[in-house]
Design a protein around this ligand. Structure first.
Ligand SMILES: O=C(O)c1ccccc1NCC(=O)[C@H](O)[C@H](O)COP(=O)(O)O
Length: 264
């Protein structure tokens, strides 16, 4: 059984609890910028910075970090979006973290979880997310299509995550406009930025906001994926462990003007 299978099994055990309780959060309704528009109009590589306490591959990363303080530093440094891990069993996240961050910042907020049911989208929205993640590898085509439609109907943007060519086809088939390639193989934990290169070469000329996720440890990696055509990057561990969050984040905002106009 892969780690992804284990996480999904865990999610299934949590669904009855979510389905039997109404999501109640202290939520300020904010009009946030569109992540898609931000990505498509930017002259620099956009950073989706993540609030990540722990992970299955690395164990504890920064369990004691205050999510609001971390998020405010991200926002001040010019992050395009803040990703908040809400998965509890493997990542030590929560909807409480998401809600606190969403209330503190004005930029887009991504609920980073393993969504398999509409009720999780309801919780993400109620907690203040403006973007949700759908992981192609975790869903059937029918689930992917209906969850994508459901989130869109709820006025949420959707980051559709793929890892290989087959998954990219499935993401394109549902009309995903924000596609992220995860450089981490969620079955083996192997990380390789070549996944970004592979997927970039397969993208159609349609206006897709293309993001490279995971394993980006500094400006060299950011430059590599920017050269491949990424408009944005999703970075967790490197920023969570940084002694100077703002400086580390700014160093990732690579100029991509030379590439604007090409098939990016
Ligand atoms: O991070 C993991 O170990 C992991 C394992 C299994 C499924 C998902 C996992 N991570 C979720 C993510 O996609 C990352 O948190 C995100 O892309 C940031 O990655 P990184 O910059 O490498 O922390």
């Amino acid at each position: 059984m892969t780690i992804l299978d284990r996480i999904i099994d865990q999610k299934k055990t949590e669904l009855p609890q979510l389905l039997s309780t109404k999501p109640v959060f202290l939520s300020i309704d904010k009009a946030r910028p569109s992540l898609y528009e931000t990505l498509m109009s930017a002259n620099s590589l956009q950073v989706i910075s993540e609030m990540k306490r722990a992970s299955p591959s690395k164990g504890d990363i920064a369990t004691e970090v205050d999510p609001v303080e971390q998020a405010l530093q991200y926002e001040e440094a010019g992050a395009a979006c803040i990703s908040v891990l809400t998965e509890r069993a493997f990542f030590k996240g929560s909807y409480g973290d998401l809600n606190a961050v969403a209330n503190a910042v004005n930029i887009p907020v991504l609920c980073k979880d393993f969504i398999i049911h509409e009720v999780q989208i309801d919780y993400a929205k109620a907690a203040g997310a403006s973007v949700v993640l759908l992981i192609v590898a975790a869903l059937t085509d029918v689930q992917l299509k209906s969850l994508h439609a459901y989130a869109t109907e709820k006025q949420l943007e959707v980051l559709v995550e793929v890892h290989d060519a087959e998954e990219l086809k499935r993401a394109l088939a549902i009309g995903a406009n924000i596609i992220g390639v995860n450089n981490r193989n969620l079955k083996t934990f192997d990380v390789s930025l070549s996944a970004t290169l592979e997927i970039a070469q397969l993208l159609p000329p349609s206006p897709i906001a293309f993001i490279s996720e995971s394993g980006i440890s500094g400006p060299e990696d950011a430059q590599f994926v920017a050269n491949a055509g990424a408009k944005g990057i999703l970075v967790g561990e490197a920023l969570m462990r940084s002694g100077n969050v703002k400086k580390s984040l700014k160093a990732l905002q690579i100029d991509i003007t030379a590439k604007v106009g090409e098939n990016r």
